[in-house]
Design a binder for this molecule. Structure first.
Ligand code: HEC
Ligand code: HEC
Length: 149
């Protein structure tokens, strides 16, 4: 519990920043590396590195052949480059280096910002199939997340 709590506290900066990240401010900049953007958006939204700490990215990048049940392996050079980018731009938080969180969606701040009822309602309204499609709801004015407030 404590580990998650610390990370959640650290993520508060990210929380305030994301609206702006998707809305044009650069507190949590969008991915600026074309290779990361391409390789990590093949199956889902390319998550910004600031949403997980460095330990999480390293662990994830060390196990791409079984990435949540999918084979997402890459050549060694590409893998190394992507890991370096993710780590350099990672969020902060004290996590157990042996067992860092791998899912943004399971972090406490994420769950509290996306309460089941609210998120479900919005997913239906915008016809979004998965909570992992961050950009479908968070992309600034066109389909602003605040329309619903
Ligand atoms: C071959 C498809 C594929 C590729 C390529 C891929 N992923 Fe994934 N990723 C998945 C699947 C499948 C899941 C689990 C989805 C689910 O639970 O609905 C996932 C989940 C994740 C999650 C956890 C999301 C959450 O919070 O629940 C992160 C973080 C992630 N991927 C990062 C990456 C990164 C970084 C890359 C690029 C190196 C990448 N993925 C490339 C298929 C892929
Ligand atoms: C179905 C629509 C939807 C999806 C998909 C979604 N979110 Fe959200 N998100 C919301 C709503 C609604 C809020 C609450 C906004 C509020 O209360 O002001 C929110 C809040 C947030 C916040 C808190 C700061 C803010 O902007 O208010 C962050 C950070 C965030 N989401 C990140 C993400 C990330 C990262 C993903 C993908 C892993 C994601 N969201 C996916 C709808 C969504």
């Amino acid at each position: 519990m404590r580990i998650i709590f610390v990370l959640a506290a650290a993520a508060v900066g990210g929380i305030l920043a994301v609206t702006t990240a998707f809305g044009g401010d650069d507190n949590v900049p969008p991915i600026s590396d074309a290779v990361v953007q391409e390789e990590c958006s093949a199956c889902h939204f390319a998550f910004q590195p600031a949403f997980l700490p460095a330990e999480s990215w390293s662990k994830m990048m060390g196990g791409l052949e079984d990435h949540f049940g999918e084979d997402a392996s890459l050549s060694e050079t590409v893998r190394d480059n992507i890991e370096a980018y993710l780590v350099a731009n990672a969020g902060r938080g004290n996590v157990d280096p042996q067992n860092p969180p791998l899912r943004i969606t399971e972090l406490r701040w994420f769950k509290s910002e996306h309460s089941e009822r609210e998120a479900q309602r919005m997913m239906e309204r915008l016809d979004v199939k998965s909570l992992l499609s961050c950009g479908a709801c968070h992309q600034g004015a066109e389909r602003g997340i605040y329309d619903d407030d």
